[in-house]
Design a protein around this ligand. Sequence first.
Ligand code: FAD
Length: 391
Amino acid sequence: ELPPIDGDFYDIYHTLSPEQREIQLKVRAFMEKEVKPLVNHYWLRDEFPHELIPKFQKLNICGVTYEGYGCPGMPFLMEGVIAMEMARIDASIATFFGVQSGLAMGSIYICGSEEQKQKWLPQMQKFEKIGAFGLTEPEVGSGAAGGLTVTCKKTPEGWILNGQKKWIGNATFADIIIIWARDLDDGEVKGFIVEKDNPGYSVEKIKGKMALRIVQNGLITLKDCLVTEENRLQHANSFKDTGKVLRMTRAGVAWMATGCARGAYESALDYTRKREQFGKPIASFQMIQGHLVEMLSNLTAMQTMVFRLSEMQDEGILKDEHASLAKVFCTLRTRDIVSRAREVLGGNGILLEYDVARFVADAEAIYSYEGTKEINSLIVGRSITGFSAFI
Ligand code: FAD
């Protein structure tokens, strides 16, 4: 009788309440039963499994931490646990959910007026409206804080937006897209709820990705796109407000990396116990065990780190540098874990049907989005040294 396969070696989640534990297991069951059988098929075809959306609706977890508007109002810790459980099976699906529930709904929750929240959040909570978040541009990624080139200008008819946004997750099928643009009059960054049928809005799918292929990223073009004042986020007055949304979601990305690493570790452990060479399971070889233990030690450190990170968020003491440190550490360690998983699978490590190959590829995107290693390191560096390397 072999011991159970479990990437939670320190029983980290034992402090969750019975109700929270139930939600964790509900998400796990959903991911294993409904999502896992589909993902390799869709990943290979570079398509999104739209048939999952009504099932997501039934889970009733969207808008995890928000109070009111039909949202569950759970602690940030649960947002992290849910992201981990999703990414443990598939990082693309976790990203789809993170864009909808975190970045898009979060922009409205944090920067919207009461009327805007009442109008959009209940529909988004039920996935009746799908959201996207457009910050990055073709020529502006890491430097978004000072460098946005998409412009907005107020006219008697409404706001006119011009420019392009690149990499925007869910954009090809989103109903509403949060667009961050620089005001030509006062130079400040403002946020808009752009509806897909707004005149002057168009989107093109980004093809040929080798990571997170299920996520439908779009290149958005805004050509004299007209947006009403009613759809301008009323409390987004500068990039500082955009930053509030990113601060809230970055912790979730560290959790997502952790889930991806956990999925790869558990797949690898399972494989090494079944695969035999030289008449024995390869899990009995010392060098294979060395890899597995190295993976588990990093995974345990990551889970402990993100757990505390979310507790800090719930305590209201989370700062940008705390989330950045976890994003850097967890995405770096994830790259190491998935590559060891790929190694112990031998040739099967590069075959999609064994799942690990997908984790290896997807880890590359998580490594880069929501701030690269360099950018998040510089946020931590600024906080511990007192010197900013950005200027
Ligand atoms: P660049 O900024 O061009 O950076 C290139 C390299 O230079 C990196 O290694 C970077 O770390 C380094 N570098 C840059 N500045 C410095 C510096 N000052 N010091 C040291 N090194 C530096 N964006 C959205 O708005 N919405 C989305 O939904 C979204 N989804 C995404 C999904 C995927 C799959 C991917 C890959 C990206 C997504 N992004 C999204 C964009 C993502 O946030 C950016 O890719 C990321 O911020 C990095 O920007 P960049 O790719 O332009 O790289």
